[in-house]
Design a binder for this molecule. Structure first.
Ligand SMILES: NC(=O)c1ccc[n+]([C@@H]2O[C@H](COP(=O)([O-])OP(=O)(O)OC[C@H]3O[C@@H](n4cnc5c(N)ncnc54)[C@H](O)[C@@H]3O)[C@@H](O)[C@H]2O)c1
Length: 122
């Protein structure tokens, strides 16, 4: 299976960094969280990081940065976010019951071949 589209569920510390990394590496990524403010803050942080650590240091052109940002979409609607993705990387808060609920839901709404990934806990 070719991987082209990735969903990152949870736009906190881990989530925005993974979204940033995969977008830099050419993947389309949808970043999901519970409310718009969190999603917007994550996108702003990524935008700031790309400028500070890549463009300002001459490692990326402004056009490349625009292309990276163009590969990242933010949403609060999980069902839409997992549509057509090959991998879902969950990075929600470290609470067992929440993770169990999230994986149950992902199991129900993702295509059967979708890879579901989770970081090791802190
Ligand atoms: N921060 C690290 O250095 C680090 C390192 C290794 C592993 N981890 C693991 O990564 C995971 C995330 O850690 P973090 O530091 O990014 O946490 P965080 O608290 O910064 O972010 C978690 C995000 O999940 C969101 N969230 C919670 N419930 C949700 C739901 N139902 N739907 C959508 N979004 C939801 C929260 O709003 C929050 O933005 C944890 O399992 C943690 O153990 C973190």
């Amino acid at each position: 299976m070719e991987i082209k589209n990735i969903c990152v569920l949870g736009a906190g510390m881990m989530g925005y960094q993974i979204a940033q990394l995969v977008a830099i590496n050419g993947y389309d990524v949808t970043l999901v969280d519970m409310d718009d403010t969190i999603v917007e803050r994550a996108l702003d942080t990524i935008n700031g990081n790309l400028k500070k650590f890549f463009v300002d240091k001459g490692k990326m052109s402004p056009d490349e940065m625009d292309a990276v940002m163009g590969r990242i979409k933010g949403t609060t609607v999980l069902k839409e976010a997992v549509n057509g993705v090959e991998i879902v990387i969950e990075t929600v808060s470290e609470q067992l019951a929440l993770k169990q609920r999230i994986f149950k839901e992902l199991d129900e709404i993702c295509a059967p071949e979708t890879i579901l990934a989770s970081p090791l806990p802190l």
